[in-house]
Write a protein that binds this ligand. Structure first.
Ligand code: NPW
Ligand code: K
Length: 494
């Protein structure tokens, strides 16, 4: 995809639908288009003599189901329809769409899921508002247990469209057809794992979707590719920034070298490791293009940063959890350079999280916690930790600290203090390996050294790092990652 892909929450897509209707298309026409899109996909899943069972719910998602059932019957399929609820309780466009269906209506408790070849899941969509219980829950569980191919309408029933969390029980779909734009549940875990491939059908509301979007995106090259550094013929290394990575003590130097190598590979013109005096020997023995400087704690860092050419810093990997690390962060903040904080630089603030309130509002800063670090950092801040949506948690942390927050995981969320956010989805489980996070820090810092704004550097860094890992696959170790970056860059810059 070459265009930025907006991701809309259930309430935003509802607004887009209202906007599209105000611009002249009827709600029923939208429902018919939605149903047609699903029916077209169902045809690709079913042979001509297949028995297709549509499970329709009590709301407008169920309405889509009635359209699908009527269309597939017209197209010659053997179709049955089970309804969770009462025909005479259907409302709005769903009540209208139900009139298209001339066949019988089976009560949900009798739905013959085992006899179907393909099941259309039209029970609940974006309107699920509470946990499933009773018959609704049993119906979802029975549908799932039948072990048949399931095509989900809009989203697999039981998923919360906004958070991607299961609400009691969830259908595991073979494929999902959604409308206008993807919703957060299609990208966030565990939701994504229930969807199968997700098809987006525009149903004619594309412009309304764009008008309602603007805060949440799929993290793809279209989002940041335009600002990726492309050195000109006349550019020299000093124009491509100088990244400084702080090293841990003599027995803990590897993390800094991983970050430093990644910063160099991503294009930072120069990279220096700031090493405690006792670790200079071990660092020196293993560095070539990366330079080395002695750095004795916060005072040492302060002295190094009097040289304005160091424009991007990595603090945290293997730096140690203690007050000196907090002091080094303070020095870096004072110096107003681009800054990436990870690992020990975050954990050192456990219990001191309040010191981070708006701490980073003066300079471009990226925090890269994994879930554990995030929980420790904000353990005294339920307003940040409690929202069920990972996007919202990352946004709140970003607003609180003034930094871009990269909340890592299989569905890494990148959030900026102003609320802009992106969800990453090209990760691979093989990235969950020692030192992988250190490499990510180096990639992001190296991009900021070359002038990328913090949000774009973080989004690009996360995507490129994941792409590199995925290109290697099984057996990946962090040492491989930096050397996989050129291949990813080559593709991106083509
Ligand atoms: N937006 C668009 O552009 C378009 C949207 N379209 C379609 O509309 C769908 C959204 O429709 P929707 O708003 O009616 O919501 P939906 O998912 O059917 O659920 C609401 C129903 O479920 C009920 N209910 C809720 N939770 C429950 C629970 N735990 N257990 C039991 N019941 C529960 C709730 O009842 P209530 O809460 O009132 O008791 C209500 O009856 C969307 O996903 C898409 O498929 C397309 O047709 C065209 C374009
Ligand atoms: K559904």
């Amino acid at each position: 995809m070459n265009r930025v892909e907006p991701v809309l929450t259930p309430s935003e897509i509802k607004q887009a639908e209202v906007r599209a209707i105000a611009e002249g298309i009827s709600g029923l026409e939208l429902m018919r288009r939605a149903g047609r899109a699903v029916a077209d996909w169902a045809e690709r899943m079913a042979s001509k003599d297949a028995h297709i069972l549509v499970a329709a719910g009590p709301g407008q998602n169920g309405g889509d189901g009635f359209v699908v059932a009527a269309l597939l019957a017209q197209r010659g399929y053997r179709v049955s329809l089970a309804l969770l609820g009462q025909m005479d309780r259907l409302t709005g466009d769903a009540a209208e769409a139900a009139k298209d269906w001339a066949g019988s209506v089976i009560p949900a408790e009798e739905a013959p899921f085992h006899e179907a070849d393909v099941i259309i899941d039209a029970l609940f969509g974006t309107g699920l508002s509470r946990d499933l219980e009773g018959l609704a829950r049993r119906t979802v569980e029975r549908m799932d247990a039948a072990g048949k191919p399931i095509l989900a309408v809009d989203l697999p029933s039981g998923l919360d469209g906004e958070t991607g969390q299961a609400r009691g029980a969830v259908v595991r779909a073979s494929r999902t057809v959604t409308f206008g734009a993807r919703k957060p549940c299609h990208l966030l875990m565990p939701g994504r794992s229930y969807c199968g491939p997700v098809e987006v059908d525009d149903i004619g509301i594309g412009s309304a979707v764009l008008a309602e979007s603007g805060r949440l995106f799929a993290n793809q090259p279209a989002l940041w590719g335009g600002v990726l550094p492309r050195p000109g013929l006349d550019s020299h290394k000093y124009e491509r920034g100088h990244t400084l990575v702080a090293s841990g003590g003599a027995a803990r130097t590897g993390a800094a070298r991983l970050a430093a190598r990644a910063a160099l590979r991503i294009g930072s013109g120069l990279v220096t490791i700031a090493s405690p005096p006792e670790a200079i020997g071990v660092n020196a023995a293993q560095l070539t293009a990366v330079m080395l400087k002695g750095c004795d704690g916060p005072e040492g860092l302060h002295a190094i940063l009097t040289d304005e050419r160091f424009n991007s810093l990595v603090l945290g990997p293997a730096l140690g959890v203690h007050a000196a690390t907090r002091a080094m962060v303070a020095v870096a903040v004072q110096a107003r350079r681009s800054l990436v904080l990870d690992a020990d630089a975050l954990t050192s603030f456990e219990g001191f999280g309040s010191e981070l309130r708006q701490a980073f509002r003066h300079g471009p800063t990226v925090l890269t916690p994994h879930t554990g670090e995030f929980s420790r950092l904000f353990k005294d801040h339920p307003d940040i930790l409690d929202p069920p949506s990972k996007v919202e948690r990352a946004r709140r942390a970003a607003a609180y600290t003034g930094a871009v927050v990269v909340l890592k995981g299989p569905d890494t969320v990148i959030a900026a203090p102003g609320g802009r956010a992106a969800i990453n989805e090209n990760g691979t489980p093989y990235l969950a390996t020692a030192g992988s996070g250190d490499t990510l820090c180096g990639v992001i810092a190296g991009l900021m050294a070359q002038g990328l704004p913090a949000f774009e550097a973080a989004c690009a860094g996360v995507w490129i790092h994941a792409e590199a890992g995925a290109s290697f696959g099984p057996g990946l170790i962090a040492e491989d990652l930096a050397d996989l970056l050129p291949g990813v860059l080559r593709e991106l810059l083509r």
